[in-house]
Design a protein around this ligand. Structure first.
Ligand code: AMP
Length: 129
């Protein structure tokens, strides 16, 4: 099921151009148009789910996450990478179609209190660097 008003559904259906790096029957991966790192790829299911809590079938979730390894290998992210799934308003999700960010191509420090926003508690207590 797709949503005619959703930009990621349109990308999934090939209706608007994108910098595609991977595609199969169920999902598509493309470069983020505002990359935060040298490698910044988004993996989306072609079907529309608002976010990870929108009853995404386990098989679809599993498939999307299994593609992470494929993309990481394809992009040469041998020294590591970060995946990120912003979910809902508290996480500042801007496109309401479930997607996995893959970020890599350089060292990323752990997020600090400032990055987590004004409501963050002292994140340093969770991380012993
Ligand atoms: P999020 O804030 O987690 O919802 O992330 C949405 C991401 O989608 C942002 O990083 C945007 O830069 C990216 N984005 C939005 N529209 C497009 C598009 N048409 N092509 C590629 N990336 C996009």
């Amino acid at each position: 099921m797709t949503d005619p008003n959703c930009i990621f559904c349109k990308i999934g259906a090939g209706e608007i151009p994108t910098n595609k790096v991977y595609e199969d029957e169920e999902c598509i991966a493309f470069r983020d148009m505002e990359p935060l790192m040298p490698t910044h790829v988004l993996i989306i299911p072609k079907d529309h789910y608002r976010d990870i809590t929108d009853d995404v079938p386990a098989a679809t979730l599993g498939h999307c996450f299994s593609v992470v390894k494929t993309i990481a290998e394809q992009e040469g992210l041998t020294n590591g990478f970060r995946i990120l799934v912003n979910t809902g308003d508290d996480a500042s999700q801007s496109v309401k179609h479930f997607h996995i960010h893959i970020l890599g191509g350089g060292h990323m420090p752990r997020p600090n209190d400032q990055d987590w926003g004004e409501h963050a508690t002292n994140s340093s207590k969770f991380y012993s660097a």
